[in-house]
Design a protein. Structure first.
Length: 317
């Protein structure tokens, strides 16, 4: 399929639509209840917000952890509150919107340790907010996509934090091989700041790379990545998807031909309707028919038939 009309977004604001730059304080509608600044650790940045529908539910709701991007050197949960968290709340999720420590004050592996702690806290406290900890997805974009993958893939043996079992991971153009961005043509300043010069630097980079933990038994992973991404090479998503499938895990890659590091709101909406929501139904996190999914049957078919490795071409408008 051919792609037309892609718009780009700022490197650190990947899921904020390009037409919404610069970012403004999030506007939270009255049908959303927000519980702010819940501490999952002792550092001032180790906090999260809970967003949930104000309408009472008859049963436990699905749960989502949302992790903002910013190259591990910046960013804030406010960046993703309106453009990511609300789309999950709108279809019934309870969402944990996570803040974490960033460089240069806190270099690797601090951000990974923080999101693992936050995920464990949310799982332990999910029922307090009417969420089902067994139906939990973690998602993020760019560095947030990397951290979402680390939550889903990191075993306790890595020594980075608790072993958090999640039901699925949705990764928007996240870094999967940190070493690749420390040297050579793909070197990025934000990665160099997050993993500065030190003894055993490459070993640390491998330790905080999702590729290291691709294995059988991992949760289902859906990656969305543009082939013209100037910040995180498209090959990062390809390698992770291939390695997960080779290990016997379930992984799919939605390839946005010509896509940059971020998409327009219309294109992002279409990706969620055609691929993300059906993927979460396949994973057992969403239940029942989705009135917003215009192409649910087609999307389910695409995710099930485009492998190995699953690599679905996406035609945006």
């Amino acid at each position: 399929m051919l792609l037309a009309g892609l718009l780009t977004a700022h490197v650190a604001l990947a899921q904020i639509p390009s037409e919404s730059w610069p970012p403004k304080p999030p506007v939270i509608p009255p049908w959303v209840k927000v519980t702010r600044d819940l501490s999952y650790g002792t550092h001032p940045r180790q906090v999260l917000n809970i967003l949930q529908p104000t309408e009472a539910a008859r049963s436990l709701r699905p749960a989502a952890i949302v992790i903002h991007g910013g190259g591990w050197i910046g960013g804030t949960r406010d960046w993703v509150a309106e453009h990511v968290c609300l789309r999950f709340v709108e279809i019934g999720f309870v969402v944990a919107n996570v803040e974490y420590r960033v460089a240069p004050a806190a270099t690797a592996p601090a951000a990974v340790e923080d999101v693992l702690l936050a995920a464990a806290w949310f799982k332990q406290n999910a029922r307090r907010f009417g969420a089902d900890p067994r139906r939990l997805v973690v998602t993020g974009d760019s560095a947030g996509g990397h951290l979402a993958l680390m939550v889903g893939l990191t075993p306790k043996s890595a020594g980075l934090g608790p072993d958090v079992r999640v039901g699925a991971v949705v990764n928007f153009f996240g870094i999967t091989d940190v070493n690749d961005q420390l040297h050579g043509p793909n070197q990025r300043n934000y990665t160099v700041q997050w993993v500065p010069e030190q003894p055993d630097r490459e070993a640390l980079a491998r330790r905080v790379s999702p590729l290291t933990y691709a294995r059988k038994g991992a949760p289902p992973v859906l990656s969305i990545h543009g082939t013209a991404d100037p910040s995180v090479p498209y090959q990062h998503a390809v390698q992770l998807t291939e390695r997960l499938n080779a290990a016997g895990a379930t992984a799919a890659l939605i390839t946005v031909a010509g896509g940059s590091h971020g998409f327009s709101k219309n294109l992002t909406d279409e990706i969620y309707e055609r691929y993300v929501w059906p993927f979460l139904r396949n994973a057992g996190i969403l239940k029942g028919p989705d009135p917003q999914a215009k192409n649910a049957e087609r999307a389910n078919s695409a995710l099930l038939t485009c492998g190995p490795p699953p690599r679905c071409k996406f035609a945006g408008r």
